[in-house]
Design a protein around this ligand. Structure first.
Ligand code: SF4
Ligand code: SF4
Length: 384
C-alpha cells in the first residue's frame, strides 16, 4: 500500500478544486473521479482501506496522464505526482492480466532495461520489408518510427572543439537512440563547439520512467546509470521526460539540453547563420510542469538570427502522448491529440519544435514532423 509520506501528502489536498480546469481528463469527461481532486480523494480512501482498489478505481487512476498540470496550479503545492507514483504498485497488482499480457509486459520491461537490444532490433526492423505488411493495429505504432534507420551514436568520448570548458555526460534514452539519434548527434555538435567534451557511456540504460509507471522497481536501472555516469558531474538529456525522471535519481546533476546550453558561456564566439522561418514551440508537460524549464527552448531558438519563435496555443494541455499512455488509453490520447492538431493548424508555422521524443513520435504518427530545438540550432551552426 502507499507509504506514510504519500498518505500525508494526499491529506494536504484541501479540495479547493482550483486544479480542475487545468486537468485534461477532467475537461474531457467532466467526472470528478477523473480530476486531480477526485483522484487524490480516491487514493486517500484506498490508503485508509475505506475504498476497494477495484476495476472502477483502476480505470480512473489509469486515465490520469501524469502530466502534473494540477501540481503547477495547486495553491497548496500538493505533490500529486508522488501520490500517484506511490499508488502505482497496488493499482498494477489489482489488474487481472492474461498470460499473453503478462509475457508482453515482461518482454517490454526486459527490453527497456537493455536499450542496446532495442536499438539492434529497431535498426533491423526499420530497414526491413515487413513494415509494409503490418496489420492495421500495428501500423499506427509503426507510423511513429523513423522512415529509415538514422546514423547511430557510438558510445565514446567526443572531444571539445577549441578551448575546453568542461566535461558532460550525454544520456541516450531507450527509444531516442533509434527514433531521434539526430538530436543526440546535434547535441554533441553544439556542446563540442561550446567547449564541452561529451561522454557517451556504453553501460547506461533506460531512465526507468516506464518501469515506475508500471509499478516496477527502478533501482537496478538507477544503479546501472549511477555507475555509467560516475566519471561526470553533469548529465544532459535531449528528452525532457527522461530529464524529469533522472532528476529525481540524480538531484542537481541532470539538465535538459536547452537549459544546459542556455546557461553555458561562450556563445559570443559562435557563428550562427540566419534562418527565415516561423518556429512554433510545443511545451512538453515534463519540461513545463516537472522541470519548470519551458522558457529554455524559446531562449535557445532565439539565438538563431531571423527566426520568428512563437508558442503554440494550448501549450498548457498535454498532447496525450504521456509515455505509454497513447497505447493504454488510445481514446483519450487521440481526443487530446485531435485538439492539439487543430491548434497547430491555426498557427501556420514552418516548423514545430518540441523537446520530448514521445511528443515528437506522437506528432509523427499524425503526419507532422517536428524538430528538437537543438537540431534547428545545430543546423545553423554547421551540423550535417
Ligand atoms: S488545487 Fe491542490 S489543494 Fe486544491 S483540489 Fe487541487 S490538488 Fe487539492
Ligand atoms: S496529472 Fe494531469 S491528468 Fe492527472 S490529475 Fe493531474 S492534471 Fe489531471
Amino acid at each position: 500500500m502507499m507509504s506514510k509520506n504519500a498518505i500525508l501528502e494526499a491529506e494536504r489536498c484541501v479540495s479547493c478544486g482550483l486544479c480542475l480546469q487545468n486537468c485534461p481528463t477532467y475537461l474531457k469527461t467532466l467526472s470528478e473521479a477523473d480530476s486531480p481532486r477526485g483522484r487524490i480523494a480516491l487514493m486517500r480512501g484506498a490508503a485508509r482501506c475505506e475504498i476497494p482498489i477495484n476495476a472502477r478505481f483502476v480505470e480512473h487512476i489509469d486515465l490520469c496522464l501524469d502530466c502534473r498540470a494540477c501540481e503547477r496550479v495547486c495553491p497548496n503545492q500538493v505533490a500529486y505526482g508522488s501520490i500517484l507514483r506511490a499508488m502505482r504498485k497496488p493499482v498494477e497488482a489489482a489488474k487481472r492480466q492474461g498470460l499473453l499480457e503478462k509475457l508482453f509486459r515482461r518482454a517490454s520491461l526486459f527490453l527497456l532495461a537493455h536499450p542496446e537490444k532495442i536499438e539492434q532490433f529497431g535498426r533491423r526492423y526499420l530497414g526491413s520489408p515487413i513494415r509494409g505488411l503490418l496489420p492495421d493495429k500495428l501500423k499506427k505504432l509503426d507510423a511513429m518510427l523513423p522512415d529509415a534507420p538514422a546514423r547511430e551514436i557510438k558510445p565514446s568520448i567526443y572531444p571539445a572543439v577549441g578551448e575546453k570548458r568542461g566535461d558532460v555526460g550525454l544520456f541516450l534514452g531507450c527509444v531516442a537512440r533509434i527514433s531521434d539519434s539526430v538530436t543526440l548527434r546535434a547535441s554533441i555538435h553544439v556542446l563540442n563547439r561550446l567547449g564541452y567534451t561529451v561522454h557517451v557511456p556504453q553501460a547506461q540504460t533506460c531512465c526507468g520512467a516506464l518501469h515506475g509507471r508500471l509499478g516496477e522497481d527502478e533501482a537496478p536501472l538507477v544503479e546501472r546509470n549511477r555507475s555509467a555516469f560516475a566519471k561526470v558531474d553533469k548529465i544532459v538529456c535531449t528528452s525532457s521526460a527522461c530529464a524529469a525522471e533522472l532528476l529525481e535519481q540524480f538531484p542537481g546533476r541532470v539538465f535538459d539540453i536547452s537549459r544546459f546550453l542556455n546557461e553555458s558561456e561562450g556563445w559570443e564566439n559562435m557563428e550562427i547563420s540566419p534562418l527565415d522561418a516561423k518556429i512554433a514551440v510545443h511545451d512538453p508537460c515534463s519540461l513545463r510542469n516537472v522541470l519548470k524549464g519551458e522558457a529554455h527552448p524559446y531562449k535557445l531558438l532565439e539565438r538563431i538570427p531571423n527566426a520568428k519563435i512563437v508558442a503554440l496555443p494550448g501549450n498548457s494541455q498535454c498532447c496525450g502522448s504521456a509515455g505509454s499512455y497513447f497505447l493504454t488509453q488510445p481514446a483519450m490520447a487521440n481526443a487530446l491529440m485531435d485538439d492539439k492538431m487543430k491548434l497547430i493548424g491555426g498557427v501556420n508555422a514552418d516548423v514545430v519544435a518540441t523537446s520530448n521524443v514521445g511528443c515528437a513520435m506522437s506528432f509523427k504518427a499524425r503526419g507532422l514532423r517536428t524538430q528538437h530545438p537543438v537540431v534547428l540550432l545545430a543546423y545553423q551552426m554547421g551540423f550535417v
